[in-house]
Design a protein around this ligand. Structure first.
Ligand code: 5RP
Length: 219
């Protein structure tokens, strides 16, 4: 079975967490796109969605799902998003699609965070996937040097500007044994907007698509 089919399975399984007449927080990425497609089947039963990116907004609008502002809608009962890596504590690396800052804001503002992914995303130790860090443009070199001092190998994501007008440094060479500590440490570097580690606010449930069905993991 392809990884896309496993992503679709996980996305479909997340539908059961959606409650009637609520606003749903929506992440970004190919797995989330399957979720949006599934959500469109029950769009008459929800009030709308809060979007984490321009790409997600476009897809929601294409399905005629109302897109609401978080300031008006929040706090939210549910946030659904994908991940680039997840460990068994449901701590995540996110930001492969560059939407990490808005994703982290919506996750923080939501009661329940359901992460949807194919089984290849589950790892023992986070860090094989390069860790995305969103950076204010004038701080690019400073943040790069600080990340080097901490053992990372930052690489500027080429030809990429985030929805917030910032840059992404993808940090290689990390073996993240204490994700919450590293999240705090990287977030404290001046010029960092967000680090794509979701450890201080991990997922509450990880729905993993596998060839045998969907596994629901809890911390
Ligand atoms: C976007 C993300 C995505 O959730 C992550 O990159 C996973 O993407 P996909 O579902 O396409 O595998 O964090 O910023």
């Amino acid at each position: 079975m392809s990884s896309d089919e496993m992503k679709k399975r996980a996305a479909e399984a997340a539908l059961k967490y959606v409650e009637e007449n609520t606003v749903v927080g929506i992440g970004t990425g190919s797995t989330v796109n399957h979720f949006i497609d599934a959500l469109s089947r029950i769009k008459h039963r929800i009030e709308g969605a809060v979007s984490s990116s321009e790409a997600t907004t476009q897809r929601l609008k294409a399905h005629k799902i109302p897109v609401l502002d978080l300031n008006a809608a929040g706090p939210l009962p549910l946030y659904v998003d994908g991940a680039d890596e997840a460990n068994r504590h449901l701590q995540l690396i996110k930001g492969g699609g560059g939407a990490l800052t808005r994703e982290k804001i919506i996750a923080a503002a939501s009661d329940q965070f359901i992460c949807i992914a194919d089984q290849t995303k589950l790892v023992d130790v986070l860090g094989t996937f390069p860790l995305p860090v969103e950076v204010i443009p004038m701080a690019r070199s400073h943040v790069g040097r600080e990340l080097l001092k901490r053992g990372g190998q930052p690489v500027l994501r080429e030809n990429f500007i985030t929805d917030n007008g910032n840059l992404i440094l993808d940090v290689y060479n990390l073996r993240i044994l204490d994700p919450a500590k590293l999240e705090t440490e990287f977030n404290n570097i001046a010029g960092v907007v967000t680090v794509g580690l979701f450890a201080l606010r991990p997922a509450d449930v990880l729905l993993l698509g596998t060839p045998d069905g969907v596994q629901a993991l809890k911390p």
